[in-house]
Design a protein. Structure first.
Length: 193
């Protein structure tokens, strides 16, 4: 089954070649106003759609749950090529990280590979079922704000994306050392909207 899927992806690549547009060069990227985002990897959520991003306009780091800790390596590398002055953390409603927890993941992985169960007993997976979307955004904005390599004047913002409406709600906004705070919003209130 996987090989059929791979063949399909390669065929789509071949079919897309007549319309291919080369991305901006690194020299061109360095000259634009740098932006970065830490966004969930889920296929239903695409920052090109909800931010209207143009090709090559922003560095987008995608990972499970959109968690900042997983984005640091990419931000460190790209931050040496072009300084990043805006980082946007986006977590979305109906995210898988809202519907599982650390113990459930450990249990499933331990069952899949019992010989490696000990290696994941203390591992953090970044789920947020226990505390909700607002707290996960707050945590990630704080982690980026405390990050040693964040430029002093960089802005770090956190948004909750409602996937039903497509609307973005700002949760936290750090500009330099100034915090602009917003009222709490739990995951269930967004899901009910």
């Amino acid at each position: 089954m996987a090989s059929l899927k791979l063949k399909e992806f390669l065929k789509r690549n071949e079919d897309s070649l007549p319309n291919h547009q080369a991305p901006p060069s690194l020299r061109d990227i360095v000259s634009i106003e740098p932006k970065a985002g830490s966004i969930c990897i889920y296929a239903r959520v695409d920052p090109r759609d909800y931010f209207g991003l143009q090709f090559g306009e922003a560095l987008v780091v995608r990972n499970a749950g959109g968690r900042a800790v997983d984005a640091f390596r990419s931000l460190e590398v790209m931050g040496t090529i072009a300084p990043i002055d805006l980082t946007i953390v986006v977590h979305h409603t109906d995210c898988g990280a809202l519907f599982t927890n650390e113990e459930e993941i450990r249990s499933k992985l331990s069952h899949r590979a019992p010989a490696h169960a000990a290696s994941i007993q203390d591992k953090w997976f970044g789920t947020f079922q226990d505390f909700g979307i607002d707290e996960s955004i707050r945590h990630d904005v704080e982690e980026i704000r405390k990050w040693a390599f964040l430029p002093a004047k960089a802005q770090v913002v956190g948004y909750a994306l409602d996937i039903k409406t497509g609307s973005m709600r700002e949760r936290l906004n750090w500009l330099g050392r100034l915090l602009l705070s917003y009222p709490k919003m739990n995951a269930q209130s967004v899901l009910r909207r």
